[in-house]
Design a binder for this molecule. Structure first.
Ligand SMILES: [Zn+2]
Length: 97
């Protein structure tokens, strides 16, 4: 069993701001990779980068936790999340793999 620290997002505001998996319109929450926050969808093994040092808690991570998160993210596919068009027109991010 891999102890991954996925922080669930209850607050719908966050998913609006940070985006959701384009395949299922959901997110399981985010993980911290150092200061980086990555949102993930476990069903589709997708991940998307949200930002650096936006949420508290990344400082408390142990090296082992960070490594297991890194391993998990390694197997996930980076995608462009769906975002609610709150502020602007859809972005065309470059998500070439
Ligand atoms: Zn999904």
């Amino acid at each position: 069993m891999i102890p991954t620290n996925v922080i669930p997002i209850q607050d719908v505001q966050y998913s609006k701001l940070c985006g959701v998996c384009p395949l299922c319109d959901k997110t399981d929450g985010f993980v911290n990779l150092g200061k980086e926050h990555w949102f993930i969808c476990r069903d589709h093994e997708t991940k998307w980068f949200v930002g650096i040092n936006l949420f508290e808690g990344w400082q408390n991570q142990t090296v082992a936790e960070a490594q297991s998160i890194e391993r998990m993210l390694d197997t996930y596919k980076e995608i462009t999340p769906l975002k609610n068009r709150v502020d602007e027109q859809p972005q065309r991010s470059v998500a070439n793999s």
